[in-house]
Design a protein around this ligand. Sequence first.
Ligand SMILES: [Zn+2]
Length: 706
Amino acid sequence: MPDNDSPPQLQFDSDSSVPEQVVVRAAQLRAEINRANRLYYLENAPELDDAEWDGRMQELLALETEHPSLRTPDSPTQRVGAPPADGFDEVVHPVPMLSLGNVFDEDGLRAWYQRALDYLELESTPMVCELKIDGLALAITYRDGVMARAATRGDGERGEDVTANVRTIRSVPLTLEGAEGTAPPVVELRGEVFLPNSRFADLNAEREEAGLPAYVNPRNSASGSLRQLDSGETAKRPLDMFFYALGYVENAEEPASHWDALQAMKGWGGRTNEWTRRADTVEEVMAAIGNAGEVRESLDYGIDGVVIKIDSIAIQRRLGYVGRDPRWAIAFKFPAEQAETTLKAIHVNVGRTGALTPWAELEPVVVGGVTVGRATLHNKDEIARKDFREGDRVVVQRAGDVIPQVVEVSSRNKRSADSAPFEFPDACPSCGTNTVQTEDEAVTRCVNATCPAQFERLLEHFASRRAMDIEGLGERVAQDLPRLGFISNIAALYNLRSRRDDLLELDKMGEKRVDNLLTAIDESKFRPMSRLMYALGIPGIGSESAEWLSRRFHDLKGLRKATEEELLSIDGIGPIVAATLVAYMAQEQNEDLIEGLIDLKVGARDETPEPSADHPVSGVTFVVTGRLDSMSRSEAQSRIKILGGKATGAVTKKTNYLVAGAEAGSKLKKAQRLGVHVINEGEFIEFMDAGIVPIAPGPVGNSDAS
Ligand SMILES: [Zn+2]
């Protein structure tokens, strides 16, 4: 595998007819595209937007076509994506998942169609037009009508086994309908997974609440959701899928046309896209593309073009491939909805979790029918990389329901002589505390728990229903209390009773409301530790991780002294959260706050026992694989969770038991390799129903396996 991070290799080709600057440019493009691919596919952190990526790819393709000696084996034109990340089993695609060539206008489309006809020596051949959904390509194999494996595209040859995660997507059939009769014994269905636009905002709101960085766009979030190592996490994401191709068929007759294949998949219960239509001429294709552009805004998923395929499978075979692109299909890409305007000012907001979020104040401009006056600049690194400066002419883009974003400095931009690079504040704009940026995160944060800008929102969050549930402490009171000098940190909330008379003088706060509020505050002292941990609003600690933490640490005293190592040994707590939590506890103002809460005995009550905390399954980590007879895997997983256990998707050293059903495959092998206890369905049911522990649980590797 080529090292994508290495600097461009300036190999001066023996072909001396290639000018030096062309060789250098091609190397530069390869390096940029490889880096962008890696960030996009492996880290879910796109660096180039689609138009930029396409632009570089087109330029590189053109250079390589003109000078074939430039086409190195590691050129991104020779590959589709990136190898799988650690954590998922690798899948070799029986039939490679290919990329598509792109065209951007009618001339390009006409040229593609004519090349195909010339090759075939035909006058015309029917085509099928499909919406090009902005998601993640998947290949799902069904054996005897039952879902056996789902894999991401990866680099086209090898993808990742995301079966457990894909099973959580409701629109993906677990068994094909008519399996007894019509579905082939082995069939691979391909399609696109996406996150509906309507759910994207909700997901980002939840992430913001948990102190996680927001996803840039729905596709990015679909990829992130599908590649969760814990399929339980994926299950919470409202992913959806459309099927658009048959990958391969074994021991059965293949449909004669792509259109027939779509109808067959639909008949088996696979969701296909209703918009799909046939076309016999380039004019009809162009009309379809025009229609797609019109309906685009009304769809609940992003599309970035239309895919045109030659319908006949026999003709597809004859046409074959050029390099990695099929000759029988092409993507017509829409131009992104963009407009140029002036970046008037760069502002930085401070959120509840202290995230410093830069945004652009723009000269209002219409983009895709909507007036845009402000747009996101994502983060500090993005501003530096693209060198956005106040006063610049910039390109603004919006797609669907996505927050408008500033894409780049306009190429026609002429900077004034006194323009200077934007300096992202080193200190919080509100409180002046030095900001923190963890290595793995693009987000810059103020970690001061008493930061005024954060405090009002933190207070509101602290009192919210899922946190400490303090009735009467809503948005307005959360603003008034700090602004009128009643409290400057959370702990002071519990001393408010001594200032009852002052509170009574607050506008609109009658005696009854004040007393109710004070009572509600007092009562909140007795919320379980998990609620308190969540309520503190520590970055990365949502209600779920707060619960995991509270199983180990029953009060703030213990948590305060926790080391990174201790935290990392808790299932579900990763290195970023562990480091953030330790940094949080070490911060002076936070130390005072925690000290204050301990003195006031907030959260000091014993945790109300979970309904099943004493069941032996509680706290035990399972992976369920293979086919179970008496229940589905999702049923098994939810039973584990109800009893206080953890059901994850990937076998790791932290796995206590692998529940192996029929035809268990790679996970069983991995469990055996790692020495994880393997139990059968019967043992599993006894464990669940009667609490009979099959064998002493792990962690393996430092116990019986060594
Ligand atoms: Zn601050």
